[in-house]
Design a protein around this ligand. Structure first.
Ligand SMILES: [Zn+2]
Length: 631
């Protein structure tokens, strides 16, 4: 073991007395405590984290568990666990054998105060060697920043409004809009499990309403399936299991007693298809189209981002079963139409892309996802559908008797839309004042703000209420904001939240029998007569269309043909590269490694002809693909 030497030489160089304990290879503190015959609380457990500004080493007693939230509090920024190859590269050792001498690798050390209560501590210099040193010596040579993980930092009240612009810091701008616009609050005790705030949830309800309408037009029924799924179910479809294993959270005990291992659903194919196998008997039972709205949990270890990468999120998952391949493929067309319609509601232009083999849904024959470009030049995956063929029906034995009395397995598809979409909408449409919601999605379409003057309060408020009820009759989601705040404060707040239309009514307007209308998406201000209120639905329709047109133009302007890697790198700086690809996974991986951008797929149903050789290997190209950095 090379590492033995480095740590030991380091200790010798600093004239530190230490004792070596040799044992069989161990991969956890528990194993180490048994092998070296020591207490777990005396072990200096070392964990390497990646922060936005670099790596950091956290050292804590072996019996204490990691709380990422507390680490984030210390750093005041997002963190993620370093990957095994990063640990090896930086610390020169395997996970399970990480030593606490971060300064040996030029990394700052943070140490929990409880560990330092021990007179001597134990640490690994490799998986087969445990070292005993005096705590005092450890502090002297590593000079750690001492932290107290028992203290829970309370969330703080924040100032209102945005603290940065999109250009200065897109990521921070996004977080500001999310929290201060009332969409989501991530100051929760567990990373990736956030609160969807009332305004954000109301947007989700809007998405649900629109989606439910489209699904029901397509003959879909809503149902609800259980949260817990036996692990043996998830194992049944091999690719599927492989794809989700690392992110799946399991329940293994109840009341302290072990129980059969059950997964908290990362997705519901396995439980739904088990039930499908009980329900489907003959061709008369097909097609079967069942949708559920629920939460799923996927323990992503990467840096979380509200809505965009959460560990728990909400979604709809539609699952269908059909008698023939053709019928299932036809359902894919229906799914695409639904996605396109939703795209119109989101006012987000997108590319329907057939994902590459390595990027498709685990267990699917092919996957289609709608990619939208957001303002920082990255793409964002919207709703997506999967053609599952008979992969799952064979694993779950969903058989039916066809018209000729012959048994066959059903053909399947699925479709999903998640709360992720809300993040995409904000990143796509937002501006330096906050979110900009398309009228179809905004929980409030028209906010009416009285500009009150002494002596005129009641007459102005009455007109406001009157306008509100007229708009409601016209089926517009309108609301008077009569809170005791200044009009300026209210303007800011509703702009931050993204309400598409603001009506201001003050004494001057009243005199002229007019109201002032301000469009959120382009700040245009117009006056209309009070008796022209019925024009407002049309104005909202126009805003919806104009936002969609603006989005289409933005997408078109940011797709560039790339014939070689130089052109590719240029194109992905602020958009999407349209390039040629030979189809090999090697080239796909190299493109990702060299540029950080991913091959997102081919335009579905278009069969575009290559216009140059493969952008990476220069051999004959088979496909025209779209390549971009992605969220
Ligand atoms: Zn190639």
């Amino acid at each position: 073991m090379i590492e033995d030497k480095r740590v030991i030489e380091f200790l010798k160089k600093h004239k530190i007395k230490f004792k070596e304990i040799k044992h069989h290879p161990v991969h956890s503190c528990k194993e180490m405590a048994i092998a070296a015959k020591i207490k777990e609380s005396e072990i200096a457990k070392s964990i390497l984290f990646k922060t936005e500004s670099g790596f950091a080493l956290f050292v804590l007693p072996g019996n204490k568990s990691i709380n990422e939230r507390k680490f984030e509090d210390i750093f005041n920024e997002d963190i993620e666990l370093a990957k095994p190859d990063e640990v090896e590269k930086i610390m020169g050792c395997e996970i399970g054998g990480v030593h606490p001498f971060g300064n040996l690798a030029g990394i700052k050390v943070y140490c929990d105060k409880d560990l330092l209560k021990n007179e001597k501590i134990y640490c690994s210099s490799s998986t087969t060697t445990t070292i005993e040193i005096k705590t005092k010596d450890f502090i002297d040579i590593t000079k750690p920043e001492i932290i107290d993980m028992n203290v829970i930092k309370k969330g703080v009240k924040e100032s209102l409004g945005l603290t940065t612009t999109r250009k200065e810091n897109f990521s921070k701008w996004y977080l500001d809009v999310i929290r201060r616009g009332g969409f989501k609050d991530q100051r929760t005790p567990i990373k990736g499990f956030d609160v969807i705030m009332p305004w954000g949830y109301a947007v989700w309800e809007q998405i649900q309403n629109l989606m439910n309408e489209l699904l029901k037009q397509n003959g879909v029924q809503n149902a609800y399936f259980p949260l817990l799924i036996p692990e043996s179910f998830i194992e049944k479809e091999k690719e599927h299991f492989k794809g989700f294993k690392a992110e799946t959270v399991n329940v293994t005990e109840v009341g302290g007693e072990p129980i059969e291992k059950m997964a908290i659903r990362p997705t519901s194919e396995t439980i739904m298809y088990y039930m499908f196998s009980l329900w489907v008997r003959s061709y008369r039972d097909l097609p079967l189209k069942i949708n559920q709205w629920c939460n799923v949990v996927r323990w992503d270890t990467k840096i979380t981002k509200p809505f965009i990468r959460d560990r728990e999120f909400l979604w709809q998952e539609l699952h269908t079963a059909h008698a023939t391949r053709e019928e299932a493929l036809k359902e894919i067309d229906n799914i695409i139409k639904i996605c396109e319609k939703m795209g119109e509601y989101f006012a987000m232009a997108s590319l329907p892309l057939k994902r590459t083999e390595s990027d498709k849904f685990p267990g699917a024959e092919f996957s289609i996802a709608f990619d939208t470009l957001v303002q920082d030049g990255k793409v964002f995956q919207g709703p997506g559908g999967h053609f599952l063929a008979q992969n799952f029906s064979k694993a779950f034995n969903i058989q039916f008797t066809d018209k000729n009395g012959k048994k066959d397995y059903v053909w399947q598809t699925c479709l999903g839309t998640t709360t992720r979409q809300i993040g995409g909408i904000i990143m796509h449409h937002g501006d330096d004042k906050g979110a900009v919601l398309p009228p179809m999605l905004s929980p409030i379409q028209v906010i009416i703000i009285p500009v009150l003057f002494k002596g005129k309060e009641s007459s102005i408020l009455n007109v406001c209420k009157d306008v509100e009820s007229k708009l409601k009759e016209l089926k517009i989601r309108a609301q008077v904001d009569d809170r005791n705040y200044s009009p300026g404060f209210k303007y800011h707040e509703w702009e931050l939240r993204g309400v598409p239309l603001r009506i201001e009514i003050g004494p001057v307007d009243l005199k002229k029998n007019e109201i002032t209308i301000v469009k959120r998406y382009n700040n245009e201000e117009v006056s209309i007569k009070i008796n022209e209120i019925d024009k407002i639905p049309k104005i909202l329709d126009e805003i919806q269309k104009e936002m969609f047109e603006r989005s289409k133009k933005f997408l078109k302007e940011h797709i560039h043909d790339a014939r070689d890697m130089e052109e590719l790198k240029k194109a992905i700086k602020n958009g999407i590269a349209r390039a040629n690809w030979c189809g090999s996974k090697d080239c796909e991986d190299w493109i990702k490694a060299k540029t950080g951008a991913a091959v997102r797929g081919t335009l579905y149903g278009r069969n575009e002809k290559p216009f140059a050789p493969c952008v990476y290997c220069n051999k004959n190209a088979k496909y025209v693909v779209y390549i971009a950095k992605a969220y």
